[in-house]
Design a protein around this ligand. Sequence first.
Ligand code: ZN
Length: 490
Amino acid sequence: MEGNSSSNSQAKSTLGTIVSAFLSSDSSVKADSWQSYVDGMLKIDVYFAEKKPRYKEEKKVENYTVKGEKNYQAVKETFLKRDDFKGKTIQDLRCAVAKGVNSSQLKPGDKCTMSWKEITEGGFEYKKLNKVRFGKKTLIVGEWLSKEMKLREGTLKLELYEDQRDNDTKVFDGPLKIMIDGVENTKLELAFSENNNEDNKKFEKEITISPKSDSELQSLVKKIGERKDKNAFIYVRAKFLGWLPGGWGLEANYLKEGHPFKVYVRDVCPIDKRYQSHFVIHSTAYEVPESKILSWKNSKVTGQGHKYVMRDGKVIEVWPFSAKNVFATKAEHKAGKVSKGQMFHVELNYKELVLPTEAQYQALADLYLEAADVHDYWPIIVPHIEVDRGIPDGHRDPSDFDYNRFYDILKKRNVPIDDIPHFEHERYWGEAAPGSEPLYWDPQASDNFSWPPVLKRKPNPPKLGNTKETRLQRIQRWERASAMKEQEKK
Ligand SMILES: [Zn+2]
């Protein structure tokens, strides 16, 4: 939704900017039944929004007499330990000392003037959204703007319709389907009352503009996605029924046209240095202890993945996905063939010859959805093995990863995987059944490096000559090799 005023040439009344138009085409509307009571005063806005915490900033000044503190740093510490500073963010704590006093060598009795800013989190505010992603949870807010008029209670009934505009056809027939608490509906109601909200003016409901059926959702996503701008314009029809303290009844209808809001579907991420366009799947090759991952986090190591997924599905974050100074491939690091900040890196924590767990596949899908939110684009899916292709000693992880299984999980979560470029299962596994030997192994120096990475078709045959080895034979070979290593140690 854009703006908060509505202009409709069919408006019959001189009401405020919001209640600007009656549904003149709807014969059931009897506008006159309430107009005489509230002439020009009933104003309600409807919009989509997200909640943001609200911060309050206060400037403080206090005189302080130095007790035992030897310098300004010590005075600062005295202040920061104070009970009344707990739970607050203190910024710009400064010390001003009397003339002739050296703040780096204070003596008892010296006078300081301390000044600082206190930032406290309190409540939240609604940030209006001018577009809403189709199929994603959002808040719809009704705001009572009639300050002169005290409301006892009321209900705002809403329906959403598509505004076809220049499009040849509509995507949605009739009122749009909406999901509220898992139930499909075409109508939604916002309950207005005197006290159910702190500032007594805004009333919200969490909704998802989506039908319940996955197949219906997917076909609508496809239809919107086929449009040039991948969106549809939606307007609101609403009816308000309410009571004023004196017992007066209100009934109002309006149409929010003129400034419809956008419902859009998410696009595939463009390959551009501004975005992290690639979601890179890794495996760690040995099981890294949690303490070690946390030590990378604490020491802010940039040469590791953003997130680690443990065997039980627990995710340990080294960096938030929004961090762009992170690298985990040779292509970004030694070879310097791709600049940092173009990939999201997720490390599945399992050792060689072990298969990832179902919990790890599920957590990886969660993380894919989280990464998609960072730039509001669907990232391209690629394994580390393909990013490093063509780099000598490039990594070949994730090992024994079942790509199709992962894509099926994403599909169940309504990720339009067929439209998102993704590494083809067969490129790794060839014709082999899951669990058997992959078609190829290490990236070879003789391969061609490619950015963006190649996702499809049969790769070069491996040069290690182990293609005919079964998974079991490979396990036995590895076991023999590690036994020999143990032997050498002794
Ligand atoms: Zn890797």
